[in-house]
Write a protein that binds this ligand. Sequence first.
Ligand code: CTP
Ligand code: CA
Length: 226
Amino acid sequence: PKVHPLMSNASSIRCLITAGPTREFLDPVRFISNPSTGKMGFALAEAAVDAGWTVDLVSGPVAFEEPDGAILYPVVTAEEMYHQVDALFDACDILIMTAAVSDFRPKEQLSQKAKKEVADMTVEFERTIDILKTVTERKAHQTVVGFAAETHDVEAYARKKLESKRLDWIVANEVGQAGAGFAADTNEVLLIGADGSFRKIGPTTKSAIAIELIQVLGEARAIVSY
Ligand code: CTP
Ligand code: CA
């Protein structure tokens, strides 16, 4: 059996995790999305359950089943993910946003399939709501953790997001390279805290990263609550 060092008081932690991509539809049969598979978010949900936490998992379309011991809330669009996170945020102690939320969606969604009779097509996009930034505005007792997906200047951009989204922690992630980021089994991340802490995790499996992250977050909360 897996016994976590914080097992004794861990049952009081309620954790809200988001995972996977979102889909933004142009018409009933076409959408824009990204290569996120949900691996990191589901690994975190499993690690949090193993630590004795109560876990709500809000996920975009992925190929995983509901992890044992967690409650899965399937969503499709950024808007749906926002409403689900908004509904669960006040009750959670820790929010971990691993989801790769689409930043833009088509301005119009056609109710019928667009036909290809035209030679070309222009789509206008509008911004989706920033879920993390929006819910963090009413942050009370929650610890809020964001993930930053970057192709370059990883640490600098991650630090900007830590500040602009008023996060407690950001996990900086280099994407677009073999063996890391989207869809990979392994990853290497930087964990940066608003308290100035900094540590590198990996390169290792996403499960090992998840276990270490949950442990660090749990310990940090335990210290804060003394
Ligand atoms: N995020 C969110 N809502 C969005 C977009 C992103 O909650 N509409 C969250 C992600 O889940 C992640 C964090 O914000 O935890 C950072 O996402 P990222 O895509 O790295 O940053 P953005 O703020 O979207 O900026 P950009 O894509 O331009 O780098
Ligand atoms: Ca983004």
